[in-house]
Design a protein around this ligand. Structure first.
Ligand code: PMP
Length: 405
């Protein structure tokens, strides 16, 4: 196993300067930087063996297909899914959720059936269900948050009934960092025969997730937040469910046989992968999974916890700074406001110091509404961040405070 304290040297972009200052990249919840191993893996596709996958009879196509399917198996192992064909490549979390809403949703839900989401969801896990509501007349119920940014589970248990068909919640909130008790959420839903989709976009890179242990029906995430390339993501679905779901996009690869009278569909996972997939992205994601797996989870979780605790302590000590999201279980994110300084102004001033944070509603407007604020400043962490960078953030905030009086 590699030493987690050396991770930083694997990420070439971290050596650059921004506005004449060494880059302090604290926008990891938006997207992660990429290690050289991932950059090389994608580059190798195009320099060594690029060719469209599947159905090829020639050498390059066979190599490329092999690497693509190998990546699927790496991801299967990474999340401990039972079968590699339960891993469907998508463009990302957003597309994966839309796929489920359009196939499972359109075919198995009807008027007055209920879908439960939560108040802390990313817009990606709200809007597809609202679109489904427009198409099918389903009801959408929302698990509320308490002041700390935790789901009020008693309210959730009270919402479940025989009309509940699907519960769709985030594993980790991108706006607050709250880690939701998804195992309990899944167990309770299953008792009512409802299915569960977990949005793992902010989870899979922070701690191990295990499909057999969690028993989620669907689990989705994005490659670019897992130290991998953009444009690639994953829908995990249980075999028996995926097999019952009709295809979503039609085109090449997803068919078995096409005539003008009737088309029959391919088996899993190809049935849901119409068109040429982002095979370079998938292979890059396989490399990202290999990269992350070169560290022990114990080290990753321990290092990131130490960093988050340190940041929380240092930021809390700043006069006038208020942290939003104080859940007992958190991962990767500190969201805050400083006095009356607008988050946008804070973001722009910190950028002048080379510090990248994200400001605004973080695609989670209902969370901001819950607290009656327009947005926050969000610092989010990865294995390559350091306590020194947290100190720079704290110094930067003090400087901005002085400028704004
Ligand atoms: N869900 C969560 C919790 C997220 O953090 C994000 C990305 N910010 C998404 C969904 C959407 O991911 P993508 O844009 O990669 O599809």
């Amino acid at each position: 196993m590699k030493d987690i304290n050396t991770a930083r040297t694997d990420f070439p972009i971290l050596a650059r300067e921004v506005n004449g200052k060494p880059l302090v990249y604290l926008d990891n919840a938006a997207t992660m930087q990429k290690p050289q191993a991932v950059i090389d893996a994608v580059s190798r596709v195009y320099t060594d063996y690029n060719s469209n996958i599947h159905r090829g009879t020639h050498f390059l196509s066979n190599v490329c297909t092999g690497e693509f399917e190998n990546a699927r198996e790496k991801i299967q192992k990474f999340i401990n899914a039972r079968n590699s064909y339960e891993i469907i490549f998508t463009r990302g979390t957003t597309e994966a959720i839309n796929l489920v809403a359009n196939t499972f949703g359109d075919n198995f839900l009807s008027e007055d059936d209920e879908v439960i989401v939560s108040e802390l969801e990313h817009h990606s896990n709200i809007v597809p269900w609202q679109l489904l509501r427009e198409r099918k007349g389903i009801k959408l119920k929302v698990i509320p948050l308490n002041e700390d940014g935790e789901l009020v589970l008693d309210e959730y248990y009270g919402m479940l009934n025989e009309k509940t068909r699907l519960v769709a919640v985030a594993h980790v909130s991108n706006a607050l960092g709250t880690v939701n008790p998804v195992k309990e959420i899944i167990e309770a839903a299953h008792k009512m025969n409802a299915k569960v989709l977990i949005d793992g976009a902010q989870a899979v890179h922070h701690f191990p997730v295990d499909m057999r242990e969690l028993d989620a029906d669907f689990y989705v995430f994005s490659g670019h937040k897992l130290y991998g390339p953009t444009g690639i993501g994953v829908l995990y679905g249980k075999e028996e469910l995926l097999n019952k779901m009709p295809p979503w996009h039609g085109g090449g690869e997803m068919i078995k046989n096409v005539t003008f009278e009737k088309t029959t569909y391919n088996e899993l996972p190809f049935r849901f992968e119409a068109g040429t997939p982002d095979y370079a992205g998938a292979i890059g994601l396989g490399a990202a999974v290999d990269y992350l797996s070169s560290y022990s989870w114990e080290d990753i979780v321990g290092y990131e916890k130490e960093l988050l605790d340190y940041a929380t302590e240092k930021l809390s000590a700043i006069d006038g700074l208020k942290i939003y999201g104080t859940a007992e279980k958190k991962s990767g994110v500190v969201s805050f406001l400083v006095g009356k300084i607008h988050p946008y102004d804070m973001g722009v001033m910190l950028d002048k110091l080379g510090i990248a944070v994200r400001t605004g509603h973080h695609c989670a407007q209902p969370v901001m509404d819950r607290y009656g604020i327009p947005g926050t400043v969000r610092a989010s962490f990865a294995i390559y961040n350091t306590k020194e960078e947290v100190d720079k953030l704290v110094d930067g905030i003090e400087k901005v405070k002085k400028i704004f009086g």
